[in-house]
Design a protein around this ligand. Structure first.
Ligand SMILES: *[C@@H]1O[C@H](CO)[C@@H](O)[C@H](O)[C@H]1NC(C)=O
Ligand SMILES: *[C@@H]1O[C@H](CO)[C@@H](O)[C@H](O)[C@H]1NC(C)=O
Ligand SMILES: *[C@@H]1O[C@H](CO)[C@@H](O)[C@H](O)[C@H]1NC(C)=O
Ligand SMILES: *[C@@H]1O[C@H](CO)[C@@H](O)[C@H](O)[C@H]1NC(C)=O
Ligand SMILES: *[C@@H]1O[C@H](CO)[C@@H](O)[C@H](O)[C@H]1NC(C)=O
Ligand SMILES: *[C@@H]1O[C@H](CO)[C@@H](O)[C@H](O)[C@H]1NC(C)=O
Ligand SMILES: *[C@@H]1O[C@H](CO)[C@@H](O)[C@H](O)[C@H]1NC(C)=O
Length: 489
């Protein structure tokens, strides 16, 4: 049942969604949101990316001939031009509603050098040169969309470059003389560069788009689970945030993908004070539980060999006979094999007070016959309800994105008999005993959970002030991000 505030949230969200053309979008298992604050941080990346892109891009030689008063026909070539200094400090970045990301650079300064050759009626001459480009501005709109197979698609939707002033100075040769006539070449260079800048930018974006187009949209977790994080909808740009819906579903690698659940749509609460938000749905959690279950990872066979030597209770009918006299009566003095685990996938749900896990367990007891066969004795069904809390913190070392820790409580516990070949079993005593074991087990589990797990390193990003907040049906991670800036090349 949705809570009243959730309904109110939906009502508020609907006009927004409608205005973004989102109604009818595919429901997502994970939803990520980047706020203006995150984009502002990303600006520094954008800047260093554009800087290194422009610095790396080769500038073609410029040659031709031109009629110049007093000099007549001049053949010129400007060669080996490279960028010596590039300053793009004055930049702004913003979301452009419904379109993408708007990046503007202003008052850029570029210092280029290279060599020159001229052939005039006075003969050939040459030397080195430097070119100062002043008040350069570059504005571009980066679109972000979705490929059919769920990869992100990026493109430069618009680009405009202008150069305020350009200053060419020859050195060497008779440069003192030719420096009087540079204005013609300056005009030419200016129009060349205007075109070149956007060409290089689009090329850089296209190269990046190609990388994205071929990127994997699923990530292997282990040998039996794989997380699909493909885009399910086109990213949505608002005035102060971008919203991306990801599939967020677990699969067994190499097997046909059958979705057991359908995600319910959810809306992220507004938290502009954080750089980014991640909404995790119950669907995401349950699809993981389901994959683990069907991979057989939530069941295990136990035999007496696996029990430490000095342990007083053995996995045989003599030992178990104290608890279940019917067993010893039927099979005196025999070894047991016990299957312990889940009989169906655990069901996870989220609510403001935590993560609820309903576990549907079983204990199947078999007698190991002298001929090596197994005689089914009986089954216990164990239903337990647990509540857990999860905490997210920064990683202590620089090698991980963050640290996840938690705490689990047992809420309900019930044991009842499943099938039996040894008649009815009294479960009351067994229930109490198993409950105590589970409580003891939880002490150990909680000790591990308290120490926490380091999250894998994802592109060297660290979480700053991360926080998990639980809502009905939604786990929300709010966080700032930190990334070592790529050193400007
Ligand atoms: C992009 O940003 C510039 C400068 O901030 C602004 O003048 C321009 O209108 C913006 N364009 C769009 C499409 O949002
Ligand atoms: C341009 O400047 C760089 C660095 O100062 C220098 O290594 C290079 O030789 C110069 N190129 C020309 C053609 O003068
Ligand atoms: C993508 O996944 C495939 C198969 O899992 C793997 O062979 C390939 O190396 C991956 N590519 C990248 C870029 O990670
Ligand atoms: C447990 O043992 C039985 C019989 O030996 C076998 O069929 C079953 O696959 C085993 N289960 C697991 C989870 O190892
Ligand atoms: C960082 O993590 C990787 C793999 O997660 C590991 O191989 C490496 O040793 C770690 N480095 C440090 C300095 O902890
Ligand atoms: C566990 O919770 C579910 C629903 O949250 C409920 O249907 C079930 O009866 C509970 N199990 C026990 C053993 O209390
Ligand atoms: C992460 O940082 C390490 C050490 O600072 C560096 O060697 C590595 O290339 C970085 N990886 C990525 C994906 O940026």
């Amino acid at each position: 049942m949705p809570l009243p505030w959730q309904k109110a949230c939906w009502l508020l969200a609907l006009p927004l969604l409608a205005s973004w053309g989102q109604v009818g979008g595919v429901p997502a298992g994970l939803t990520a949101q980047v706020n203006q604050k995150g984009l502002e941080y990303g600006r520094l990346f954008g800047l260093s990316m554009v800087t290194s892109m422009l610095k790396k891009s080769p500038i073609p030689d410029i040659y031709g001939s031109h009629k110049v008063p007093l000099l007549g026909d001049v053949q010129y070539s400007l060669m080996g031009i490279s960028i010596n200094d590039l300053q793009l400090e004055d930049s702004a970045i913003s979301f452009s509603k419904g379109l993408g990301v708007n990046l503007t650079l202003q008052n850029g300064y570029i210092l280029l050098n290279g060599s020159w050759k001229l052939r005039t009626m006075f003969g050939p001459d040459g030397g080195t040169m430097d070119i100062k480009v002043l008040r350069m501005s570059l504005s571009t709109l980066l679109g972000l969309g979705k490929e059919i197979r769920g990869q992100p698609r990026v493109w430069a939707a618009r680009c405009r470059a202008t150069i305020g002033d350009i200053n060419l100075k020859f050195h060497g040769g008779n440069s003192w003389f030719y420096n009087r006539f540079t204005s013609v070449l300056e005009t030419l260079l200016q129009s060349r560069l205007n075109k070149q800048l956007c060409f290089e930018l689009k090329k850089g974006v296209d190269d990046f788009a190609q990388v994205l187009r071929t990127m994997n949209v699923s990530m292997p977790i282990n040998s039996f689970a794989e997380l699909d994080y493909s885009f399910v909808n086109k990213p949505v740009f608002g005035v102060d945030r971008c919203h991306v819906d990801l599939k967020g579903e677990f699969f067994t690698p190499g097997q046909p993908r059958i979705s057991v659940f359908t995600p319910s749509p959810f809306v992220l609460p507004k938290h502009p004070e954080f750089m980014s938000l991640l909404g995790i749905s119950e669907f995401f959690a349950n699809s993981a539980a389901s994959v683990y279950f069907f991979a057989g990872e939530l069941q295990r066979n136990y035999t007496d060999k696996m029990i430490p030597k000095g342990f007083p209770v053995r996995l045989d009918t003599a030992s178990m006979g104290m608890l279940i006299p019917e067993l010893e009566k039927e099979f005196p003095d025999m070894a047991l094999q016990v299957l312990v685990g889940a009989r169906k996938p655990p069901a996870l749900s989220f609510s403001p007070d935590g993560v609820h896990v309903a576990v549907f367990g079983l204990i199947d007891v078999f007698v190991l016959l002298p001929d090596g066969g197994l005689a089914p004795a009986f089954q216990l069904k164990i239903d337990g309800n647990f509540t857990g809390k999860l905490f997210l913190g920064p990683a202590d070392s620089g090698n991980s994105t963050g640290k996840l820790s938690g705490l689990v409580h047992l809420k309900n516990f019930r044991v009842y008999q499943g099938w039996s070949n040894i008649g009815d079993i009294k479960v009351e005593f067994l229930e109490n005993m198993l409950k105590v074991s589970v409580q003891l087990g939880l002490l150990a589990v909680n000790k591990h959970l308290k120490n926490g797990f380091l999250l894998p390193n994802i592109h060297n990003i660290s979480l700053v002030n991360p926080k998990i907040t639980m809502y009905q049906g939604l786990m929300l991670v709010t966080t700032d991000l930190y990334h070592e800036l790529p050193a400007a090349v």
